[in-house]
Every structure is written in structure tokens, then in C-alpha cells.
Design a protein around this ligand. Structure first.
Ligand SMILES: NC(=O)C1=CN([C@@H]2O[C@H](COP(=O)(O)OP(=O)(O)OC[C@H]3O[C@@H](n4cnc5c(N)ncnc54)[C@H](OP(=O)(O)O)[C@@H]3O)[C@@H](O)[C@H]2O)C=CC1
Ligand SMILES: O=C(O)C(=O)[C@@H](O)[C@H](O)[C@H](O)CO
Length: 337
């Protein structure tokens, strides 16, 4: 039996980047992309020291309880609501994520969705491809202006601020809400004004969601919040499924309560609420906000660095760049090698 630590990678991504694990570990990379169910994740984690996992992999308490060798989980992604952090910490398993490297690419994509949603880009293309463009009409596909309008950002963290910075070019007024207000110099740099949560819904022409998913943010945007939005406003969600109540959103869009929505994430993804699928005034993308080639490679590279260091190897042994639960080390008992 090998004395080297064992590592499991749940998707076959960028082989040249994953190869950087090889000098240190016995690595098993899943050969196919497939949803990994609870049973498969339990089995995969049972005999390994570390794993490199992705957003669809739900690492729950049951899997962690059976993973007696596990010491590190490197999540490829900045959001980590797929991990049971309390259970990992109690078990002495260090978890890491990949912030910063995806900030600008994700902010670019928020703008792609915002522009497509407000100016009806995908709706117009679908209509044209359906052969419906027989006469040019002056009032065809009238959209909502972006320039000189008010952009609202719920979740003004790394990505929210990058979205705000881009708004300058469109001459927009930027409002934001966080649980805690940003320092004045950051507000100045983003040219953004802090407002109460209800004010954000009431005054935004275009509202972008960029906050993490947690039990506290579950259905943070439901019927009541949608009801507070301006008639004709648009909503963009690049944050996480579950933050928006998808059924309530479908109601608001169908009723014309708000003009349109751009969604990259969904409550039950990859399943999309059938009523959202049936609507024309919604732009739907398959959770790709960070998906430029350079950024996806950088995310995997950072997750590799995190895993190597978290398992006590490489130049930064024991000091992974992006620990989520550094206190896990305090809980380490017999499973620490
Ligand atoms: N679609 C995609 O592919 C991608 C999605 N994401 C999602 O974007 C999220 C944000 O990433 P990033 O900007 O790097 O994270 P940050 O932690 O830098 O920012 C999150 C912001 O949300 C705020 N926030 C947290 N809870 C609440 C709340 N209850 N109400 C209002 N604001 C809140 C935080 O401020 P405060 O603590 O003061 O409230 C903070 O400013 C990720 O967690 C992930 O889910 C990220 C990348 C790609
Ligand atoms: O970073 C996040 O939180 C994301 O949602 C996206 O960047 C990725 O799609 C995901 O991380 C892939 O695992």
C-alpha cells in the first residue's frame, strides 16, 4: 500500500494543471463529468486524505463522518455553500475556496447578463431565428436603458465592487446594500451609495444579486421584495440559486410586475423552474459567470495550491492561501497524520 497521501478529484479538468498534484500525492481523477450523488461522494471520500471538489458536489455531514482519513477539501469556487463547514471543522478537515481569481471575469458576465436582459438581446435573437421578422417596426423589442439609470447591488463584496466600477462607463448612479457598510474610501472608489435593504429594492432600475447563499439569504428575494421593485425594473442573479424564490420570480415576470430577469443560477440547478423556461422576458445561462478559459484554469490552479498546502506539502506547507475554516486545525484529533 502506498504511503503517499491520496487525493480524489471529482471532475476531469485541465489535466496539465491537475498534474501539479502528482509530485506529492496518489491522485485519482474521475474520468467523466457526471453528477456525484450522496452515495458516490461518501464512497469517494472514504479512503482519501484530500479532495478537490466543485460546486455541484454536496459534501455533507454523513460523508464527512465516514471519511476517517480526510484532512482537506479544496473547493473550486468562491462560494462554498456546497460544503458543511461546521461538520468539516468539527472533524478537523480544513476547507479552502478560490476567491479573487474569478472576480473580474464574473463581474464581466454580470454585465453581459444585465445588458442582454435590459435590451432583450436573447429574446430578439430567438424571435428572429423563429422567422418572425417579416416587417421592421419602429416599436420592435423596446427595452430599458442602462446608461444614466440606477444600478442596485445586493452584496457589495469583491465581485459587487468590480461590477460597480464598470458602471462608471455607463454614467449610472450606484446604490448598494450589505449587512455592514463599506469604508468611505471604498464607497468613493466605487462611486456607490449605501442604502437600506428596502430602499435598494425600491430605487434600483437594475438590481444585481452577488451575495453568498446561506440559511439567512434563502429566498432573500421573494414576492415581497419583488413587489417593492420599480415597475419595469430588471433583476440579475449571478449569486446562487435559492437566494431568489424562483416561483415568485416567475409570477412577477409573467404578470409584468418587473420587466425582465437575467439568471445564471437556480434553486434546483441544473433543473430550471418550468415556468421560467416558458417565459420570454428572462435570459437563462447555465451557471457560467466565471467561465472564461483563463479564469477557470486559474481557479483550478488555486485549488491545487490550496490542497497541496493544506495537506502539508509544497513550498507553503500548512499555510494554504485561502482557508475557510482555519479553526479546523484545532479540532484535529487522531485523523491528523
Ligand atoms: N454564478 C457564478 O458562477 C458565480 C457566483 N458567485 C457567487 O457570488 C458570491 C459573492 O462572491 P464574492 O464577491 O467573491 O464574495 P464576497 O464575500 O467578497 O462578497 C459577498 C458580499 O455579500 C455581502 N452579504 C453577505 N450576506 C449578506 C446579506 N445577508 N445581505 C446583504 N449582503 C450580504 C457581504 O457583506 P456583509 O458581510 O457586510 O453583509 C459581502 O459584501 C459567492 O458567494 C458566490 O455564491 C461567485 C463567482 C461566480
Ligand atoms: O465560484 C463560484 O462560487 C461559482 O459559482 C463559479 O465560479 C463556478 O461555477 C463554480 O465554482 C464551479 O465549481
Amino acid at each position: 500500500m502506498s504511503a503517499r497521501p491520496r487525493v480524489w478529484v471529482t471532475q476531469p479538468v485541465f489535466g496539465d494543471v491537475l498534474a501539479r498534484l502528482d509530485p506529492y500525492f496518489d491522485v485519482r481523477v474521475e474520468p467523466t463529468v457526471a453528477p456525484r450523488g450522496a452515495g458516490e461522494l461518501r464512497e469517494g471520500l472514504r479512503d482519501v486524505d484530500g479532495a478537490l471538489v466543485f460546486i455541484p458536489d454536496r459534501i455533507d455531514a454523513a460523508a464527512i463522518a465516514q471519511a476517517s482519513r480526510l484532512r482537506a477539501i479544496a473547493n473550486v469556487g468562491v462560494g462554498y455553500n456546497n460544503l458543511d463547514i461546521a461538520a468539516l471543522t468539527a472533524a478537523g478537515v480544513l476547507a479552502t475556496n478560490t476567491p479573487d481569481v474569478l472576480t473580474e471575469t464574473t463581474a464581466d458576465f454580470a454585465w453581459a447578463l444585465l445588458l442582454a436582459t435590459a435590451r432583450r438581446v436573447t429574446e430578439a435573437e430567438r424571435w428572429l431565428r423563429e422567422g418572425q421578422w417579416t416587417t421592421w417596426s419602429f416599436e420592435l423589442m423596446l427595452g430599458r436603458d442602462i446608461h444614466a439609470s440606477t444600478l442596485g447591488i445586493l452584496g457589495m463584496g469583491r465581485i459587487g465592487r468590480a461590477i460597480a466600477r464598470r458602471a462608471r462607463g455607463f454614467g449610472m448612479r450606484v446604490l448598494y446594500h450589505n449587512r455592514s457598510r463599506l469604508p468611505p474610501e471604498v464607497e468613493r472608489e466605487c462611486a456607490a451609495t449605501f442604502v437600506a435593504r428596502n430602499e435598494l429594492f425600491a430605487h434600483s432600475d437594475h438590481l444585481v444579486l452577488v451575495l453568498p447563499y446561506s440559511p439567512q439569504t434563502h429566498h432573500a428575494v421573494g414576492a415581497a421584495e419583488l413587489g417593492r421593485m420599480k415597475p419595469g425594473a430588471t433583476l440579475v442573479n449571478i449569486a446562487r440559486g435559492g437566494i431568489v424564490d424562483d416561483a415568485a420570480l416567475a409570477d412577477a415576470l409573467a404578470a409584468g410586475r418587473i420587466a425582465a430577469a437575467g439568471l445564471d443560477v437556480y434553486e434546483n440547478e441544473p433543473a430550471v423552474h418550468p415556468r421560467l423556461l416558458a417565459l420570454r422576458n428572462v435570459v437563462l445561462t447555465p451557471h457560467i459567470a466565471s467561465a472564461s478559459e483563463a479564469t477557470r484554469r486559474a481557479m483550478v490552479a488555486l485549488a491545487v495550491d490550496n490542497l497541496v498546502a493544506a495537506l502539508g506539502a509544497g513550498p507553503h506547507a500548512g499555510r494554504p492561501p485561502n482557508p475557510i475554516n482555519a479553526d479546523a486545525l484545532l479540532a484535529r484529533g487522531p485523523r491528523s497524520a
